[in-house]
Design a binder for this molecule. Structure first.
Ligand code: G6P
Length: 446
């Protein structure tokens, strides 16, 4: 294990968000793989993190200053353009191949304005905050995260040419960026290539970056699979909060579980229709198998996300109209409930259109107590590591997904136990500490 290091970690969302509950300040766990990674980094190294103030209470923390966290209270209009117009959906949709392209996107003057007055501006504010921290901590390594911050490394490099900069992209990297006009896409590549190291979860995304960047110069391109904090999950599994949630879960004969943010990349609507097809083509499962869908509401200020949430509700209602009670849909942010559901699934459905990694595919098998089967999209980064012990599906193929669910429900006990054990030991041996060490080793070599 390398020594403790001084790291300046920069991400849009920090590992926690502050809220005021009954007059008291409380820190709430941030969702997504990135937040997990940051918490892991904080435990092992000397981290100053720079993130956006996202809640009213974050803004209060930002105004007080001091402490380990630097929360930037951006201009609200600029932040809205950066987050709700450029980062999500534009960049997110490009990188998860979600644009249908027949009619959308259609970029007017307003998008160009959102780029300059939102994305560029917020990236500049991040870079300014980084430079201040670097001057306070000469020799610290700057560690940027994700698609919100593609331009910031160039701004920092211009101001501090000798700084040590790394960037981790947590989402897929496609080779086709033609939806985004030049010079915007040029700026994305230029910004990333201002880093000493650019890293991705999988070989597939790293290779796509290498293929599409027209020469990396002195930047090293690497890949390291993010993972979970194994000790944290094992502790959580037996916590009172999780045990209490377990008592509230449905207890059908067989349980299929999915846990996601309400994001179009997660392919929730197709998943519901695949389940419907399963009940239609294999009627022996009717009334015996239920699908529990635990969905964390996400990015609802963006029309495409709000529409997708409505489509999720409608799809569940139409399946339940045919097969009463078949889908138990719960849209809420309830982490202990998700862990409780992980312990009890017979089949875990992870069918994203595309996904950088997908930590559900690791968290579930780690805490499951029923030798449950993992049904996994070939386009999830996790498939590169876990595919051999999962049932692989194509996320567009409803029929294939229905058959995979049937195969999972019908698998014999010995085969299930063998696969579940293999998944568990893989995750135990490849936890988040290993991901961090890999990245820091890259930096030492750069
Ligand atoms: C994904 C992204 C993260 C993001 C998270 C939650 O995991 O890679 O960068 O923080 O989703 O999304 P949100 O928009 O709520 O931060």
């Amino acid at each position: 294990m390398p020594d403790r290091r001084k790291l300046i970690v920069v991400s849009n969302r920090g590992p926690v968000a502050y809220e005021r509950v009954d007059g008291r300040r409380v820190a709430r766990r941030g969702g997504g793989g990135l937040a997990t990674a940051l918490r892991g980094l904080q435990q092992l190294h000397d981290v100053t993190w720079i993130a956006s103030a996202m809640t009213e209470e974050d803004r209060a923390v930002a105004a007080e200053g001091g402490g380990e966290a630097v929360l930037i209270a951006h201009d609200e209009a600029a932040y809205d353009l950066y987050y709700n117009v450029v980062a999500n959906p534009m960049l997110w949709f490009i990188q998860h191949a979600l644009w249908a392209r027949v009619e959308s996107p259609s970029l007017g003057h307003d998008f160009h304005e959102a780029w300059h007055d939102g994305y560029v501006r917020v990236n500049r504010s991040f870079a300014e905050a980084v430079v201040v921290e670097l001057d306070n901590n000469p020799g610290a390594t700057v560690f940027f995260h994700d698609y919100h911050l593609y331009l910031a490394p160039r701004f920092v490099r211009d101001a501090r040419p000798d700084a040590r900069l790394a960037h981790f992209v947590h989402i897929p990297w496609p080779t086709d960026w033609t939806v985004l006009p030049e010079p915007m896409r040029g700026a994305v590549y230029d910004g990333l290539l201002a880093n000493d190291v650019v890293s991705f979860h999988t070989e597939r995304w790293a290779r796509n970056f290498e293929l599409s960047c027209a020469g990396a110069g002195r930047t090293r391109i690497t890949h390291h699979a993010i993972s979970v904090d194994v000790a944290e999950f094992e502790e959580l599994r037996s916590s009172d909060a999780v045990r209490a949630e377990q008592a509230q879960l449905p207890r059908p004969e067989r349980l299929i579980v999915r846990v996601d943010r309400t994001d179009p990349s997660k392919n929730i609507v197709r998943g519901f229709h695949a389940f419907e097809l399963l009940l239609e083509t294999h009627p022996e499962h009717q009334g015996r198998v239920r699908l529990l869908a635990l969905l964390d509401p996400s990015r609802q200020a963006i029309p495409a996300y709000a529409e997708y949430s409505a489509a999720i509700e409608a799809a569940a209602a139409s399946v339940n109209a045919r097969f009463p009670g078949a889908i138990d849909l719960r849209v809420e942010d309830n982490f202990p409930q998700s862990i409780a559901a992980f312990t009890r699934y017979d089949v875990l459905l992870v069918n994203p259109v595309y996904d950088g990694m997908n930590l559900v595919a690791k968290e579930g098998p780690l805490v499951n107590e029923r030798d449950g089967v993992l049904v996994l999209s070939e386009n999830a980064g996790a498939h590169e590591e876990l595919g051999e012990w999962a049932i692989t599906i194509n996320p567009f193929d409803l029929w294939g997904q229905a058959e995979a669910l049937h195969e999972g429900l019908s698998m014999d006990a010995a085969e299930r136990a063998h696969r579940a054990e293999a998944l568990r030991s893989h995750v135990r041996e490849h936890d988040v500490g290993r991901w961090i060490d890999g990245l820091l080793t890259d930096l030492d070599r750069s």
